[in-house]
Design a protein around this ligand. Structure first.
Ligand SMILES: NC(=O)c1ccc[n+]([C@@H]2O[C@H](COP(=O)([O-])OP(=O)(O)OC[C@H]3O[C@@H](n4cnc5c(N)ncnc54)[C@H](OP(=O)(O)O)[C@@H]3O)[C@@H](O)[C@H]2O)c1
Length: 200
């Protein structure tokens, strides 16, 4: 398969691109560090990327920023940033990317554990993560030409917890998390949120 990975230079994206690259042709893209760059929060930039890349069998988005801060400190602009970047950025990856995906292909975007297991400071992130999962469930019902739409909900990634010196249980390595995306792309899931067992 020919697979466009948006966010290929990130903590999860790096091992994911490597894993997919063992069996598929990976086209890496990211905000600044890849040969192909795009800003998911900018629809024109996404359109340019999809046109440059041409037809693919799958698109994976492992990008998306949102702000973590106490509710009382989250401004309207902070919420707007989260909505435009992680939520609408990935909604637009699906909407604008779909015409460039071959029949029977797939698109996979990224939510996160905070959609269902919030913590103080996660109100804005939990909002966009839950929104993405709802969007994918519904949009999959209307996906044309046998295209599958799914979302991966990563748990806390061990490398991220270590980098930020956070003590949160249930972390998984970025490589293990990358496996969820491979399952979404190579499997038959449709409209699903792929995650590890919530107890696991
Ligand atoms: N890490 C975790 O513990 C964790 C847990 C749950 C959910 N998630 C979610 O998983 C996704 C990836 O997380 P991560 O930790 O791998 O992130 P990361 O290490 O910060 O990497 C982000 C990747 O996205 C690219 N990127 C950033 N902003 C972009 C934009 N506006 N347009 C296009 N690409 C952009 C970056 O490109 P450059 O390198 O070129 O700047 C990089 O490739 C995010 O949606 C995050 O919320 C992560």
């Amino acid at each position: 398969m020919r697979i466009l990975v948006i966010g290929a230079t990130g903590t999860i994206g790096r091992p994911l691109a490597k894993l997919l690259g063992q069996r598929h042709e990976v086209v890496p893209a990211s905000a600044t560090k890849s040969a192909l760059t795009a800003d998911i929060a900018n629809a024109d930039s996404l359109q340019t990327l999809f046109q440059k890349v041409g037809p693919v069998d799958a698109i994976v988005c492992v990008a998306g920023k949102a702000k973590m801060a106490p509710l009382a400190q989250l401004s309207a602009a902070d919420f707007q940033f989260c909505l435009e970047n992680k939520l609408m950025g990935q909604v637009n990856v699906v909407r604008l990317g779909m015409p460039h995906v071959r029949d029977g292909g797939s698109i996979c975007v990224t939510s996160g554990v905070l959609s269902h297991t919030p913590m103080p400071g996660s109100a804005a992130i939990s909002l966009v993560n839950a929104g993405l999962e709802g969007f994918i469930r519904a949009a999959a019902l209307e996906a044309p030409r046998g295209i599958r739409l799914n979302v991966v909900s990563p748990p806390w990634v061990t490398e991220t917890l270590q980098a930020y010196k956070m003590d949160v249980p249930g972390g998984r390595s970025a490589l293990e998390v990358a496996g969820l995306y491979v399952e979404a792309i190579e499997g038959r899931a449709q409209g699903a949120t792929l995650e590890f067992s919530r107890k696991g």
